[in-house]
Design a protein around this ligand. Structure first.
Ligand SMILES: C[S@@+](CC[C@H](N)C(=O)[O-])C[C@H]1O[C@@H](n2cnc3c(N)ncnc32)[C@H](O)[C@@H]1O
Length: 245
């Protein structure tokens, strides 16, 4: 078993190598549509907000989520465990007045002391590498304002892509969780108003392949039918959690 620090280092190495090519994996028509759906959860937080808020994007990657956040009136902070990703985003946002600070940081550790009072924290497609979800959520909560909103994703154990792990113990990304357990952990970490939704059931590869309007329409129609049959969260690949401090 790898210790948590060793595991974080391996994850950092992977993302250092991947670098800005990650942004390209969101270029197909279907992936763009999925991304727009994910970003809509962020947009909703800003509805009816008329004063500037303090925001934090954990695991910024190439800035897919931060791009949306800084379209609104914010003072924005972001972290990533990968030096390459932070260097890339520092260049990308060098002229943005809304981006205050980007920093290499491992979310398994508490956030820097003066990083506090965040009104919105996002952690999309980051926490799945780590089984220590309660510790991470407690670390994040400490840095948030009362009433602040946290949005994060975590893979669903009850999904088609988790089947190989159930059979031979080898995972997709490493960690998956069930709906009820996830809800319990979020509550135990001190968050309330927990809403859990899901997006897709089909493999990511189909989303990469669907690079024209027709195939994307077809893919989303199948997803819609599956959602009608199974309901909003059963068998989804990723859970999206929206909760309040
Ligand atoms: C799949 S990408 C997601 C990027 C972005 N959140 C998005 O949704 O487009 C995962 C990112 O999380 C970062 N990451 C992984 N482990 C992390 C950790 N322990 N602390 C902070 N960032 C981490 C990786 O370096 C990578 O940039």
């Amino acid at each position: 078993m790898t210790d948590s620090n060793g595991h974080s280092l391996a994850v950092a190495n992977y993302w250092d190598k991947r670098g800005e090519t990650y942004g390209r994996s969101w270029q197909s028509v279907a992936k763009k549509r999925l991304s727009a759906w994910e970003l809509d959860l962020v947009k909703q937080v800003f509805k009816n907000k008329n004063k500037a808020i303090k925001t934090l994007d954990i695991g910024i990657g190439t800035g897919r989520i931060s791009d949306e956040i800084i379209r609104h009136r914010v003072t924005h902070y972001a972290t990533d465990i990968s030096r390459t990703m932070i260097d890339y985003c520092q260049k990308k946002y060098r002229n943005s007045k809304r981006v205050k600070l980007l920093k290499v940081h491992d979310i398994l550790k508490p956030l820097p002391k003066n990083w506090d009072e965040f009104d919105l924290v996002t952690a999309y497609r980051v926490l799945s590498y780590y089984p220590q979800l309660t510790t991470i959520l407690k670390n994040i909560r400490r840095s948030m304002n009362d009433g602040g909103i946290l949005i994060f994703t975590y893979p669903n154990i009850d999904s088609l892509v988790a089947i190989p792990k159930l059979i031979n113990g080898k995972g997709w990304l490493g960690n998956e969780i069930g709906y009820n357990e996830l809800k319990k952990i979020v509550g135990e970490a001190g968050f309330s108003n927990c809403r859990i939704i899901g997006s897709s059931r089909l493999l990511d590869t189909f989303y990469d392949w669907s690079d024209n309007q027709m195939s994307a329409d077809f893919l989303f129609t199948i997803e819609k039918i599956l959602a009608l049959i199974f309901g909003p969260t059963r068998f989804v690949r990723l859970f999206y959690v929206i909760c309040k401090k």
